[in-house]
Design a protein around this ligand. Structure first.
Ligand code: FES
Ligand code: FES
Length: 157
């Protein structure tokens, strides 16, 4: 199978690689770069567990090919906390509000919330619920997640 040379920036570090045309971005991140916050749930673009920021916008890495994102800048959960380990306000709010149980969905939620707060720094509860509609959680019932977002919004004021 022919390979294609790509170069992309992941969490601030430039990576160059030869990849087969059919390698997904999610598999590239997990298997080549050990970026394991990118979780694979449905692998059909439905659950949001694999959500990353692609040039600042959320993208489902399970339905994107690595060759499609040549030259792009990718951000994953690994880059969200400060270098000294201090949690981002969204992560801190998840912790304090019990916004996670098994945690499988959490990285995708956090990346989606970062985009929300970037575009809408003061969202209403209805806007939060709508924005998170594409991220599935099998554990929490969503209430604690929404409360965590509201706490993070309050922390930004
Ligand atoms: S694993 Fe990508 S959307 Fe579900
Ligand atoms: S915390 Fe388990 S799937 Fe969301």
């Amino acid at each position: 199978m022919s390979e294609h040379r790509i170069s992309l920036t992941v969490n601030g570090v430039v990576h160059e690689a030869e990849v087969p045309a059919r390698l997904t971005l999610a598999d590239f991140l997990r298997e080549r770069l050990d970026v394991t916050s990118v979780h694979l749930g449905c692998e059909h673009g439905v659950c949001g567990a694999c959500t990353v920021l692609l040039d600042g916008e959320t993208a489902r890495s399970c339905i994107m090919l690595a060759v499609q994102v040549d030259g792009a800048e990718i951000r994953t959960l690994e880059s969200v906390a400060a270098e000294d380990g201090e949690l981002h306000p969204v992560q801190q709010a998840f912790w304090e509000k019990h916004g996670m149980q098994c945690g499988f969905c959490t990285p995708g939620f956090v990346m989606t919330i970062l985009e929300l707060l970037e575009l809408h720094p003061q969202p209403t509860r209805a806007e939060i619920e709508t924005w998170l509609g594409g991220n599935l959680c099998r554990c929490t019932g969503y209430v604690k997640i929404v409360e965590a977002v509201e706490q993070a919004v309050g922390a930004q004021r």
